[in-house]
Ligand binder design. Structure first.
Ligand SMILES: [Zn+2]
Length: 175
């Protein structure tokens, strides 16, 4: 999960360094409409492609702050969901990439599921990290929200949506 997340973060920066629009941007640009900006970003963001630049640079800041111990220490916690609850990876909302940790809580049972791909798990981790980075969505709503569409793009391998394919098939893994 973490290696795949770092791979995609690096892949985006590699494309940008060559003056290309990354595949991460192309997909988000197509589907993300709402809450394109994290809470700490004060200007207006025009589209999903610009939003991916802001997010990836935000993660660069956060990875560095976490890696060099400038932020609170990050933990990977494990928790079995209580009766009637379910989650794959969850995190509380963060609001400052310079000081907030990348702490997430993983449902260990989801790691044991052989039907769950690493890609699906990485999408769930990415969504939780986006919460830490300062992105928000109304409870239960993922479609058209940047924090929902980007992880769904990731879980589709950045291909377009196909008619008849329900978003819920993917956002069931998001918290
Ligand atoms: Zn969420």
């Amino acid at each position: 999960m973490i290696p795949m997340a770092f791979f995609l973060w690096n892949e985006h920066h590699f494309s940008r360094a060559q003056d290309e629009i990354s595949r991460e941007q192309r997909c988000a640009n197509k589907y993300a409409r709402f809450n394109l900006a994290p809470v700490w970003f004060e200007e207006k963001i025009g589209n999903g492609a610009a939003a991916v630049d802001i997010m990836m640079n935000g993660f660069t800041t956060m990875f560095a702050a976490n890696g060099f111990n400038r932020s609170a220490k990050a933990f990977i916690k494990y928790e079995i969901p209580k009766a009637g609850q379910n989650f794959t990876v969850k995190a509380t909302n963060g609001s400052n990439p310079e000081t907030d940790s990348l702490t997430v809580t993983i449902n260990p049972k989801s790691l044991d599921r052989t039907d769950l791909s690493n890609t699906a798990l990485t999408g769930a981790l990415w969504h939780a990290w986006m919460h830490r980075l300062g992105y928000r969505h109304p409870a239960g709503l993922y479609t058209s929200y940047f924090i929902g569409e980007f992880p769904m793009c990731l879980m589709r391998g950045f291909r377009d949506k196909v008619a008849g394919e329900k978003d819920s098939r993917l956002f069931q893994f998001l918290s």
